[in-house]
Design a protein around this ligand. Structure first.
Ligand SMILES: *[C@@H]1O[C@H](CO)[C@@H](O)[C@H](O)[C@H]1NC(C)=O
Ligand SMILES: *[C@@H]1O[C@H](CO)[C@@H](O)[C@H](O)[C@H]1NC(C)=O
Length: 453
């Protein structure tokens, strides 16, 4: 009579209680696991802009002085997870990324053609290049596999507020962890991958005139250089006196196509910069992370704030302290946070650090007519010869942008190879780029990056 009624109600209550218990404990456990994951390794976020006391080339993977206090510099963490071996060859891998797989209906038709050229040329030679398309859904699981030992990098990736920032960051992360070629979906290769100057032994052995930077720009003897560790191309080289009106940087490097060995220290610097910037600039991220020397000056703190980059720093009307969400990001943020802007800045910073801290860095720049002290008419790199030498002989030597301007032959600075604008932008009919059939043309970019829509 009364009994079944009570027991039904009791059963009902018990089921609810159990369900709630399970739900709460699963939630709580996940939160705890996440908390432990991100906090097990105390990470100090260094600023890549202040490297005056570091030799980035000779950075020790494990910094003994800091091993004790459980707080590891992100730069050191990355270096120990992905040790760099410059003697190994560039891995034969090709990486692309897109929202979906090519079997999905939404996969753009143009990209089909592009992808099939990549696939064909990847398999055209023995040994093959291993081709892989990574879809948006696969990114985080793959990053968790690769970067489990550096969880702050995953946290930064996941908190980037818009997809294009993720697409940018991911290419650096995949190359740093695995190496190979990364290229955007709206590109296709124009000739066999083994003909790229980076991996062509006939090209590397043709390099005969190394320059030792420093007081003399004179040639020195050396053997054939090894395969470079990082290969990049020029995106913009506006050789006009009013360039600053139109371009933010006189030389801009492109990051729609790049090639590297795993663990390259330049990528490590870039990843350190983007991680630190992200963790400090994005809204809704509890910033419990210690910054390098951050208590000191306000100027130092600005290193971490993407709203303080370059000219925007001086814009009195800009809300510099406003954290970033998907709604308040614009094109210059993308440029200076993850895109070609920050990429180009880090390239210069890294190369300058190399030549300031080491006196045995070799460079090859066949575009400079060194024997003739740069005397030339016409529009070639040699017209910047005097400024290049002046910068290299400064007390604090640096690479003047003219070193990379108007080049038609690859440049090598230590193990970083810079290809002419023709290599990844043939046929753009501007800034000296030559045609698709030029011998330096390797990848065609059809400029349909439709994530920009
Ligand atoms: C990142 O690099 C930019 C450009 O060089 C620099 O202004 C900024 O301070 C760097 N930030 C960090 C956190 O490394
Ligand atoms: C990005 O960098 C360029 C070049 O320095 C600059 O013109 C632009 O204002 C910067 N954007 C931001 C958000 O700082």
């Amino acid at each position: 009579m009364g009994l079944p009624k009570i027991s039904r109600r009791t059963r009902y209550v018990v089921v609810i209680v159990i369900t709630l218990y399970v739900l709460v404990s699963v939630q709580w456990n996940t939160a705890r696991v996440n908390h432990d994951f991100f906090n097990s390794i105390g990470t100090l976020l260094p600023s890549t802009a202040r490297v005056d006391d570091l030799n980035l080339k000779k950075l020790q993977p494990v910094d003994a002085s800091r091993a004790d206090d459980q707080l590891m510099d992100l730069r050191v963490q990355l270096a120990s997870q992905f040790p760099y071996d410059p003697t190994l060859p560039i891995p034969k891998k090709v990486w692309q990324t897109w929202k979906t797989d090519s079997s999905d209906k939404s996969f753009p038709r143009n990209f089909f053609k592009c992808q099939s050229v990549w696939k064909t040329l990847s398999e055209a030679e023995t040994p093959h290049h291993q081709y892989q398309l990574i879809t948006d859904d696969q990114m985080v699981p793959l990053l968790k596999q690769m970067y489990g030992g550096v969880p702050q990098v995953i946290r930064a990736f996941e908190s980037l507020p818009i997809p294009i920032l993720k697409a940018d960051f991911f290419r650096y992360l995949i190359l740093y962890a695995r190496g190979g070629i990364y290229s955007d979906m709206d590109t296709f290769p124009l000739r066999p991958l083994s003909t790229w100057p980076s991996t062509s032994s006939s090209f590397l052995s043709s390099l005969k005139n190394p320059l030792k930077y420093g007081n003399s720009m004179e040639s020195v003897d050396t053997k054939t250089p090894a395969e470079p560790g990082l290969v990049i191309g020029i995106e913009a080289d506006p050789d006009r006196s009013d360039w600053a009106k139109w371009y933010a940087r006189r030389i801009q490097f492109c990051q729609w196509t790049m090639q590297s060995k795993p663990g390259h220290p330049l990528l490590r610097e870039l990843i350190t910069n983007i991680t630190a910037t992200t963790l400090e600039s994005v809204a809704d991220l509890k910033s419990s992370l210690p910054l390098d020397d951050i208590e000191t000056t306000k100027e130092l703190a600005d290193d971490y704030n993407v709203n303080m980059r370059d000219k925007r720093r001086f814009d009195k009307h800009y809300k510099h302290q406003q954290k970033k969400t998907a709604k308040n990001i614009d094109g210059t943020d993308i440029m200076n946070w993850t895109g070609p802007g920050i990429f180009s800045d880090v390239v210069f910073q890294y190369l300058n650090n190399l030549i300031q801290k080491n006196d045995d860095i070799l460079m090859f720049n066949e575009n400079l007519d060194v024997a003739n002290k740069g005397n030339s008419d016409g529009d070639s790199t040699t017209k910047f010869y005097k400024d290049i030498v002046k910068h290299l002989q400064d007390v604090k030597p640096s690479l003047f942008w003219g070193f990379f301007s108007l080049i038609t032959e690859p440049i090598l600075v230590d193990d970083v190879m810079v290809l002419p604008i023709t290599s990844f932008s043939p046929g753009v009919r501007t800034m000296g780029a030559k045609d698709d059939n030029d011998r330096m043309a390797f990848v065609k970019h059809i400029f349909e990056g439709s994530w920009k829509d």
